[in-house]
Design a protein around this ligand. Structure first.
Ligand code: ATP
Ligand code: MG
Ligand code: MG
Ligand code: MG
Length: 477
């Protein structure tokens, strides 16, 4: 099956089970102070789960473009290094708003996997919530029993609260979840550990594909859990991982979702994919990042120096940096991938095709300006590395501030030269700059307002741009 057929089969299947097929929401979130980018299929239905919007269709399914590069879900550092975390990915999902519950959700997931997609039953594992004594939460025996009727018991694994209990936030709907994992280990690898069952934490070829969330509680402000009057199902399945499993590949990048882009990059670079791990990673980074950048721009978020715009600029620069360093692209290149993507997503997410030339132009301009600074910055770094054994915080900050190097790029350069980076010093320099710019007045960034709490703003939480930079969020009261 081609990836197009696989996506369509998902939608057709749930349509046949009475689901309304709805369009994807944009990946850029403009009206929610708690979220910068859509990071799950359920985001657009949040108000339904909270009981703040009327339910039009009790059963819904779609494919949602998601971005996991900030906040609670930030997979950026994994992207390109592993073969199954992307910045932008499609999350296929089916929902029940107070309609069907665990039984149907589990049975249909199994039916879709084994009857429609004909996935090998001997490669499927499922997980269920094991319970949590400290919270007085029971093991999800309902889910266990429904699975037991479908799959051998030694393939049902117990998962803890971290992996198998989903919560929307500090308060609100929550409940146990059940995941489906696919095992692409070789015969030999499977024999070596015969009798042992694995989940993805244990082997890179056993990956989580689908997460079925059963919302049955409401967490109150005091931390206690109340049963929800109406129970909901919220599922999310990584489309690229599904395609990989069905197409029998050991990497998402080997599927027809990514191969056209990878081949284009490989030809332009004159380097074969598979020739070397370093150039492979670079090709994967570029093939992945161009999707995130293109859809963010098509959905209305231009690269900039603030908040969401900065996250996008940073992803774009990460791609340019990998292309420049490992694939030898010294002139703008990644914008040329836009037409390819626009054609690939035609009829799925038409937003890209509709703005193809605009998106390409924005990326080209960014590439031109970043390449100019990059050349100077890399030169600065090379000179510095000749006479130093660590990158001190102030120098890392200079690269960040003057040459636009995100800290992970500096770390990457440093790793290549066996230098360590003084992160404490870097964060200190960064903090000083932030304090300075926050000092007198509020800076309206378009997403939220960064100011002092005592000036009529309420603290609404933290947001993380990278593993190291934290931004404090305020909202006007
Ligand atoms: P993982 O443990 O692999 O990071 P997750 O538990 O964070 O995944 P969920 O929040 O359960 O993911 O999202 C539902 C599904 O979306 C996952 O089962 C997976 O198939 C897919 N998915 C999650 N993150 C990514 C990503 N960064 N790239 C591609 N697919 C993803
Ligand atoms: Mg994750
Ligand atoms: Mg997981
Ligand atoms: Mg999960």
């Amino acid at each position: 099956m081609t990836s197009r057929e696989i996506r369509q089969a998902f939608l057709d299947f749930f349509k046949s089970k009475g689901h309304q097929i709805v369009p994807s929401a944009p990946v850029v979130v403009k009206n929610d102070p708690t979220l910068m980018f859509t990071n799950a299929g359920m985001n657009q239905f949040k108000d339904l789960f909270l009981g703040e919007a009327a339910i039009k269709f009790p059963r819904v399914a779609d494919t949602q473009r998601c971005l996991r590069v900030s906040g609670k879900h930030n997979d950026l550092e994994e992207v390109g290094i592993d073969t199954y975390h992307h910045t932008l990915f499609e999350m296929l999902g089916n929902w029940s708003f107070g309609d069907y519950f665990k039984k149907e959700a589990i049975q249909w997931a199994w039916e879709l996997f084994t009857d429609v997609y004909k996935l090998d039953k001997d490669r499927l594992y499922v997980t269920i919530f094991e319970g949590d004594d400290s919270e007085g939460l029971a093991k999800d025996t309902e889910a266990y029993d429904f699975w037991k009727a479908l799959i051998a018991e030694d393939r049902i694994l117990l998962g803890n609260k971290k992996d198998n209990f989903w919560e929307m936030g500090e308060t609100g709907p929550c409940g146990p979840c059940s995941e489906i994992h696919y095992d692409m280990r070789t015969q030999e690898e499977r024999q070596e550990v015969a009798g042992q069952s694995l989940v993805n934490a244990d082997h890179p070829q056993v990956i989580e594909v689908w997460n079925l969330v059963f919302m049955q509680f409401n967490r109150l402000k005091d931390g206690s859990l109340q049963p929800l009057p109406a129970k909901h199902v919220d599922t999310g399945m990584g489309f690229e991982r599904l395609v990989r499993s069905i197409q029998g590949k050991t990497s998402n990048y080997d599927t027809d979702v990514f191969q056209p882009t990878i081949q284009f990059i490989s030809q332009k670079a004159g380097i074969a994919y598979g020739a070397d791990e370093k150039t492979d990673i670079a090709m994967r980074v570029v093939a992945d990042h161009i999707r995130a950048i293109s859809f963010a721009i098509a959905d209305g978020q231009l690269p900039s120096n603030n908040k969401a715009g900065y996250v996008i600029r940073r992803i774009l620069r990460r791609a340019v940096r990998y292309a420049y360093t490992f694939l030898n692209f010294k002139t703008p290149f990644i914008n040329e991938l836009v037409p390819l993507l626009a054609a690939q997503f035609d009829g799925v997410f038409n937003e890209l095709k509709a703005q193809e030339s605009f998106v390409q132009k924005v990326i080209l301009e960014e590439e031109v300006s970043f390449l100019r600074t990059l050349v100077t910055g890399v030169q600065r770094f090379e000179n510095y590395a000749e006479s130093n054994t660590t990158v001190d915080g102030d120098f890392a900050f200079e690269l960040y501030d003057t040459y636009g190097f995100p800290i992970d790029l500096t770390e990457l350069l440093a790793r290549e030269k066996n230098l360590s980076v003084d992160m404490v010093g870097f964060n200190k320099a960064l903090q000083i700059q932030k304090d300075r710019s926050r000092a007198a007045t509020a800076i309206d960034t378009g997403d939220w307002i960064l100011v002092n709490e005592d000036e009529g703003f309420e603290f609404v939480g933290y947001d993380t741009l990278s593993a190291k930079t934290e931004i404090v969020k305020y909202r006007k009261v």
